[in-house]
Design a protein around this ligand. Structure first.
Ligand code: ATP
Length: 319
């Protein structure tokens, strides 16, 4: 292993820069040359690679987004696109690739590794929807962004004795709602993993307000449906004033938290270590506070476990 390349792909996540920095500097520390690929698999197909140096990743550990940029690339999903990418990797004499991204990025990495090229996946996505790892890079920052918004919303919500329905990111995974819900003292969270009952929710909100609570915050993961509609129904059923807030892409931005920076640095190191050890087709992650690597096929097959204890605790503590 002499030359490696690194790319970020799919949705950007705070901490991706810290991961790039770790990959670049740990590679150079180990005597490897390292190339940055612009715009994920798109840049790989187009040959948009540039050698990275120690200063090229200076002053980025604290920045959100990704200096390598990210893109979605349909062409890479076809074998012909991946052949082009493989050709570029050969032209640049790259021996291994670190792909930082989510589920889709890993499927791309798996397909490339099945063509005989060593690839290691690093989980970078705010959704925390990869089952094999307890946390993904960007998730903690995103939860903190939501918490900050919820804290601000509490001021206005309590002043007007209202209900706030806040839509957060998470298509198939309700973890952002779950963690921000527990940390933010939400009345309830509505997530794709648990069927929700509008009547029960309305009853709970009404009884909480009747016992003297001056505000209720409800977090809705976007995959469940329209927060606007839930808000309207809640207003009709409870007779309380309710407002919707859709947080949107703000959840993707901002300076990464210490947790994300530390995780990204450790996972970046682990990915390079895997390549140096001659491993391929692996993903790195964290489980029970330990940095691990595992087979990418197995990782993608694993079923997500939703933390029902946390979900129940939110409801218990809101009463
Ligand atoms: P996020 O979870 O933040 O959305 P992601 O990595 O899942 O991130 P995707 O857009 O799903 O984001 O995937 C990123 C890129 O990975 C795609 O644009 C495509 O180039 C590649 N990709 C996705 N699925 C496959 C697949 N089945 N085979 C090959 N490449 C794929």
């Amino acid at each position: 292993m002499k030359r490696i390349a690194v790319l970020t792909s799919g949705g950007d996540a705070p901490g991706m820069n810290a991961a790039i920095r770790a990959v670049v500097r740990y590679s150079i520390y180990n005597g490897l040359q390292v190339f940055g690929v612009k715009r994920g698999y798109k840049g790989l197909i187009e040959g948009d690679l540039k050698e990275m140096t120690i200063p090229s990743v200076g002053d980025i550990i604290h920045r959100g987004g990704t200096i390598l940029r990210s893109a979605r690339c349909l062409e890479f999903q076809e074998e012909i696109g991946r052949e082009k990418a493989l050709n570029i990797l050969n032209i640049f004499k790259i021996d291994g690739l670190v792909a930082i991204g989510g589920d889709g990025t890993f499927r791309g990495a798996m397909a490339l590794s099945e063509m005989g090229f060593p690839v290691i996946g690093v989980p970078g996505t705010i959704d925390n929807d990869l089952s094999y790892t307890d946390y993904t890079i960007g998730f903690d920052t995103s939860v903190n962004t939501v918490l900050d918004a919820v804290t601000k919303l509490r001021d206005t919500t309590s002043s007007h004795e209202r209900v706030s329905v806040v839509q957060v990111m998470g298509r198939n995974c309700g973890d952002i709602a779950l963690y921000a819900g527990l940390g933010g003292g939400a009345e309830a969270v509505i997530v794709p993993e648990v069927e929700f009952d509008m009547d029960k929710l309305s009853e709970n909100v009404s009884s909480s307000m009747n016992r003297g609570k001056n505000q209720s915050i409800i977090l809705v993961a976007e995959g469940v449906g329209s927060a606007e509609e839930i808000c309207k129904k809640l207003q009709e059923k409870t007779g309380l004033e309710a407002r919707t807030t859709i947080l949107g892409h703000i959840q993707r931005g901002g300076n990464p938290t210490s947790n994300d920076r530390v995780l990204a640095s450790k996972l970046g190191q682990k990915a390079v270590q895997c390549l140096i050890e001659g491993k391929s087709s692996r993903v790195v992650g964290i489980r029970s506070n330990e940095i691990i690597d595992m087979d990418i096929h197995e990782a993608l097959k694993m079923e997500r476990k939703f933390d029902m204890n946390m979900y129940n605790l939110i409801n218990i503590l809101a009463r």
